[in-house]
Design a protein around this ligand. Structure first.
Ligand SMILES: O=C(O)CCC(=O)C(=O)O
Ligand SMILES: [Fe+2]
Length: 328
């Protein structure tokens, strides 16, 4: 039973909304002779204006060209990975892939799905961000152990893995590993959708029909190198509503999710409100609610992120580029 539709990639994916670490900005990118002018025209009025030197532009173009190659071959490589994992990977913890509500779900989530009004009545520490227990510790541990087993198999066999998105370098795309059918699909369809419909009807929370799900992994700042991320820059999500659940490990420090303004609120995003998540706890927020992750200073932190989407909303306006033609 597949209760949610397959994930769809917007037409703007090939050229739109690249994240450049070098200039710390999101920009559109077309490789070729006019790429330098294209980048300049986009950063000249932004905070990154001081990055407008030849050396910085060269470094940014190298980085953006790599990202362009990743995107241009994305669909083909995805098909190959899914076929490879399905035929070669031997699952270890089968419980990680299924949903048994009494074993896996926090009672607070089950109750909120029955009566979403509860969440509206609770005091919110950060406006429009709803925090509640989602998964049991046992479920979080099973998922983490299974992902570790999968990563070990990839290392041993030299199998390819894809980064979750252009900002997060480390983590795994959970649908490619088979976590959707019996775990994430029912989790979203039965438990999260009624809550999102009650909390966020204005932005498509009442018509969610697909999602993209991945883990994000951060290590303490001292380990920050190509192998690790310790933080995540300010952004909005490619979602109508996002579910973000901490999987562990207990006792990480830093790593608060810091919320600012809505993506259409202009440039005055000067203040941030912090949310810290314990193991199994999650937040629901609008995808357009901008946020970043504070530097992790102790122990690794792994979160499960579900970017939930509504085709109805996307046919009117793509959240990444605003066009009405990206999902035709
Ligand atoms: O790590 C987190 O808590 C947030 C991740 C996030 O914002 C994202 O992947 O969109
Ligand atoms: Fe995000």
């Amino acid at each position: 039973m597949n209760m949610m539709k397959p994930e769809r990639t917007p037409a703007c994916f090939l050229h739109g909304n690249y994240f450049s670490r070098v200039i710390n900005a999101h920009i559109n990118y077309h490789p070729g002779p006019s790429s330098r002018a294209e980048i300049r025209s986009q950063i000249v009025h932004s905070d990154s204006a001081n990055a407008n030197t030849d050396a910085t532009l060269d470094a940014a173009i190298a980085e953006l060209d790599d990202e362009y190659k990743r995107r241009a071959t994305y669909e083909q490589r995805k098909l190959e990975r899914v076929a490879l994992y399905a035929s070669k990977y031997v699952r270890k913890l089968h419980d990680a892939y299924t949903l048994k509500p009494e074993r896996d779900l926090a009672p607070e989530l089950v109750q909120a799905a029955r009566d979403p009004g509860i969440l509206k009545r609770l005091p919110q520490r950060v406006r429009n961000v709803y925090k509640l227990p989602i998964l049991t510790e046992q479920k979080c541990t099973a998922i983490l152990q299974e992902l570790q087993n999968f990563n070990d198999a990839c290392e041993r066999n030299g199998w390819p893995r894809e980064r979750p998105n252009s900002m997060n370098r480390h983590g795994l795309l959970l649908q490619e590993l088979g976590f959707a059918q019996e775990f994430l699909d029912p989790l979203v369809a039965i438990y999260i959708k009624p809550i999102a419909a009650a909390l966020f009807p204005d932005c498509g929370g009442d018509s969610l029909d697909s999602f993209r799900s991945f883990t994000v992994v951060y290590h303490p700042a001292k380990d920050d190198d190509e192998q690790h991320d310790s933080t995540l820059a300010y952004h909005f999500d490619d979602s109508e509503v996002t579910l973000n659940v901490n999987l562990g490990e207990a006792g990480y420090e830093g790593g608060e999710v810091l919320f600012g303004g809505g993506k259409d609120d202009g440039h005055g995003h000067t203040t941030r409100s912090a949310v810290t998540l314990g193991v199994g706890e999650g937040i629901l927020h609008r995808g357009s609610h901008c946020h970043e992750v504070a530097t992790v200073t102790e122990k690794p932190r792994t979160n499960l992120v579900v970017w939930m989407r509504s085709e109805k909303v996307r046919r009117k306006s793509c959240p990444m580029c605003g066009s009405s033609t990206c999902f035709e």
